[in-house]
Design a binder for this molecule. Structure first.
Ligand SMILES: [Mg+2]
Length: 228
């Protein structure tokens, strides 16, 4: 019998890792410019430029991930906009298969997301995957984005986990770099966070094409332990 207590904790990012980033791209890069242009009576091109400027200014900060921040900043209710199109929120290929496998084999699964609490809530309600996870954390609750080392320090203080043996899967390079600095050793990226965007060819970390490929990696790691 395998000793389940020795199974590593698997920590997942949400958007672009478990869920298709095509939804977020649709909201923030297609719908919001349209709504912004209509609200402020300007051209779509002007709206895109204004938003791009803001996006560049706030990327990788906690504000970037806050619907409330963007609602105040651009004058469009961005949470209502996201909920209006929640039917477009979709799991990435292999997601359910992987989560079912991890549950059946006794792995502890966590979500560590930069999505704000409201965004996290409606996405989990829509996709019905919350039951697969032991811990679900939004960086809004932690007070720092995952790109910041302090996110990891605070997460560890609130929910202790074995740093060296845990796996962390995320589609954002800067987030993986912060987790690496914190000491997590099994770091994995995503080859195609959005089903509508090109497959990435480069990452400092191994990349998953299909989420279920992680099962093969974990089986291999277990075999190495058993036969060591
Ligand atoms: Mg992500």
């Amino acid at each position: 019998m395998p000793n389940y207590s020795e199974k590593p904790t698997i920590i997942f990012d949400m958007d672009g890792t478990l869920l298709d980033l095509a939804y977020d791209d649709f909201i923030w890069n297609h719908q919001l410019p349209l709504r912004h242009a209509a609200t402020h009576d300007c051209s779509l091109e002007q709206s895109k430029q204004t938003l791009l400027q803001f996006y560049q200014q706030y990327n990788h900060t906690l504000n970037w991930y806050s619907s409330q921040f963007w609602t105040n900043k651009v004058g469009v209710d961005t949470l209502a906009l996201q909920k209006e199109f929640k039917h477009k929120v979709a799991l990435r290929t292999g997601c359910l298969e992987l989560l079912q496998y991890l549950k059946q084999h006794g792995y502890a699964c966590w979500i560590a997301t930069n999505a704000d609490r409201e965004g996290l809530k409606f996405k989990l309600e829509h996709t019905q995957i919350a039951a697969y996870f032991d811990v679900i954390v939004s960086s809004e609750s932690i007070g720092y984005p995952k790109e910041d080392l302090r996110f990891w320090q605070k997460l560890q203080a609130l929910h202790p986990f074995p740093i060296k043996s845990s796996y962390f899967i995320d589609d954002t390079e800067k987030v993986l770099a912060a987790a690496e600095k914190f000491g997590i050793q099994h770091l994995i990226s995503i080859a195609q966070p959005s089903s509508l965007a090109a497959v990435r060819t480069e990452s400092a970390y191994p990349m998953l094409t299909d989420l279920s490929d992680l099962m093969v990696m974990l089986k291999h790691a277990e075999d190495l332990k058993i036969y060591a």
